[in-house]
Write a protein that binds this ligand. Structure first.
Ligand code: PMP
Length: 358
């Protein structure tokens, strides 16, 4: 019997709704505030001009520089095609499709579920509490069969850090049973909160990092997984033979030089100042109902009529990220911090939509 191509695909892939990345969603803007990118490019040079040879699987200079930056040993660092690949490598190395599960706490980053669905792993959700902290008793109740818990801190899209005491409790309750993956994609905006110092105490802790946010290299596709050697050794078994293109390793090495890191820190300071300015401005607008605190390069806000605000800004070329479909985030839009001029344009456009607040 002949079957059409669609029928030949795996059931879970046929049922899958792919991740709606900002770039897939499109738009015709000139103020892009929907992907938490850094708004301006950083300089780089391609120092290696030959591409006839395969690259190193784990480029030494990139690994050594990231290890030094993170305060870890090179054997505790794995580099991959963005943090997104790290999310998936952990599932591929630790979860048996059809048997094991992962768990995460929405609202949070969308790729944990998409990767699980793609691979064919059950995902369990335990909604975050109203203050977006972990619901520890509910997590404890649902841990049976769970091999990996994904926890994003600071969390995308809410912007908050997870309480360290709760993370410790999560690590205690999962010890010997499951890994805890702490997604630190935005940690450069609140570096004091990193869990990297906790790797010594917890063999089942894994940390994800990226060059896509504070390092201003989203187009590079370069991310890191930090963990103890036994975890890294397992991930190395399932990673592609040549995960990073030669030019990627070249640019990543420059970004992780002393000057690269200093520039990143200066950029973080600038964005944090613009975030403070936006956090002051947004609550004064009548279209804005609620503004949530943020430790990141984005702000989540609730609007009285978010579809109208989203559309009006879209039509003016200011592209935000709609969060209406995310559990608990009805009426919410996520705003990436752009340049100061972009922030000012956003506020001016929102002012035009607002009536005077009494
Ligand atoms: N984790 C979180 C929380 C993110 O927001 C993102 C980027 N959207 C990623 C991981 C993926 O980062 P990368 O660009 O390194 O794949």
């Amino acid at each position: 019997m002949s079957r059409n191509i669609e029928e030949l695909a795996r059931d879970n892939v046929r049922a899958l709704t792919p991740y709606q990345s900002a770039r897939r969603l499109g738009g015709n803007g000139d103020v892009w505030l929907n992907a938490n990118e850094f708004p301006l490019p950083v300089p780089f040079e391609l120092s290696q001009q030959t591409l006839n040879r395969y690259p190193e699987c784990q480029p030494k200079i990139v690994i050594e520089r990231y290890a030094a930056y993170a305060g870890l040993q090179p054997e505790q660092v794995l580099v991959s095609r963005g943090a997104d690949e790290g999310i998936e490598l952990v599932m591929r190395a630790f979860c048996e499709p059809g048997k094991d599960a992962i768990l995460f706490c929405p609202p949070t980053y969308g790729m944990y579920s998409v990767s699980a669905e793609t691979i064919g792993i059950e995902y369990r959700t335990v909604p975050a509490l109203e203050n977006w902290q972990l619901n520890l008793p509910a997590i404890a109740d649902r841990l049976d069969g769970v091999k990996v818990v994904y926890m994003c801190s600071p969390n995308n899209p809410t912007g908050n850090l997870i309480n360290p005491d709760d993370i410790r409790a999560l690590l205690e309750m999962t010890a010997g049973k499951a890994l805890v993956v702490a997604d630190e994609a935005y940690i450069e905006f609140c570096p004091q909160a990193t869990l990297s110092g906790w790797l010594k105490a917890y063999p089942h802790l894994v940390i994800l990092r990226t060059l896509s946010k504070a390092f201003a290299l989203a187009g590079l596709r370069c991310g890191f997984t930090l963990a103890n050697k036994p975890v890294i050794d397992l991930l190395m078994k399932v990673i592609a033979p040549y995960p990073l293109a030669t030019p990627v390793a070249d640019v990543a090495g420059q970004a992780l030089s002393e000057q690269g890191i200093a520039l990143m820190r200066q950029h973080v300071a600038e964005l944090n100042a613009s975030r403070a300015w936006l956090l002051e401005q947004l609550p004064q607008l009548s279209v804005v109902q609620q503004v949530f605190p943020s430790e990141t390069n984005y702000i989540l806000a609730r609007f009285a009529d978010s579809p109208a605000v989203f559309k009006s800004l879209w039509d003016q070329g200011i592209i935000l990220r709609d969060q209406n479909k995310n559990p608990g985030l009805a009426g919410c839009l996520r705003i990436s911090i752009g340049t100061r001029e972009e922030c000012e344009r956003l506020i001016a456009a929102l002012q035009a939509l607002s009536v005077e607040k009494a």
